[in-house]
Design a protein around this ligand. Structure first.
Ligand SMILES: [Zn+2]
Length: 194
């Protein structure tokens, strides 16, 4: 069975009113499961985005691991629908239109946060952003070098992510927690309601 939905939405890139066409398709592939495909094409700026997500029935999960010398090398699978958080540093990356899945390790996830902050420092050049950004960068550095107490949390509504560390805690997400999680498609949903 294939379900196809088409709609005009505002472009998330150029802000063009109803210039982007969003097409979502749900289909079932034998031996693989349900697949959700989403395409977004903007006729004004040419923005194109394509996502394929496996909807295979997996329970929504939350992984928590303490960041320390022992866990830095532990393998991390982050799907494109996952939210990554280091609460002690106030760092959070939620899935968005441009988020990608990746396989890395705990240290690699920290490096990605570091890169994100560095990028933000280039874009936001006002004094306060610069000051805050530099404080966060120092904290990130201290995290790896001096073993400051912090935790890495990955929450995935589709259950495809994983932190492969013997000390990682795996929990199922509650309905309530799920409501607060973004899936990467929230932006489209919100725009279409306007
Ligand atoms: Zn556009």
């Amino acid at each position: 069975m294939i379900t196809l939905t088409k709609m005009k939405i505002d472009c998330p890139v150029c802000d063009g009113k109803q210039t982007a066409e969003s097409e979502t398709k749900t289909s079932n592939i034998p031996h693989f499961g349900d697949i959700f495909e989403s395409t977004l094409i903007c006729s004004a700026c040419g923005y194109k985005h394509n996502d394929v997500i496996c909807l295979e029935q997996k329970s929504p999960v939350k992984y928590t691991v303490a960041i320390n010398k022992d866990s830095l090398g532990s393998r991390v699978v982050k799907s494109q629908s996952a939210t990554v958080t280091i609460p002690e540093l106030g760092l959070k990356v939620e899935p968005g239109l441009k988020s990608l899945g990746y396989v890395s390790n705990v240290e690699g996830v920290i490096t990605r946060f570091e890169d994100g902050v560095k990028q933000a420092l280039i874009i936001f050049d006002d004094e306060e952003s610069q000051k805050n950004g530099k404080v966060i960068l120092e904290q990130i550095n201290a995290l790896v070098k001096r073993g400051i107490e912090a935790t890495l949390i990955i929450e995935d509504p589709f259950g495809h992510s994983n932190i492969m560390d013997i000390n990682a805690k795996k929990e199922l997400l509650s309905e309530e927690e799920l409501k607060h999680l973004k899936t990467g498609f929230t932006i489209i949903e919100e725009d279409s309601l306007e």
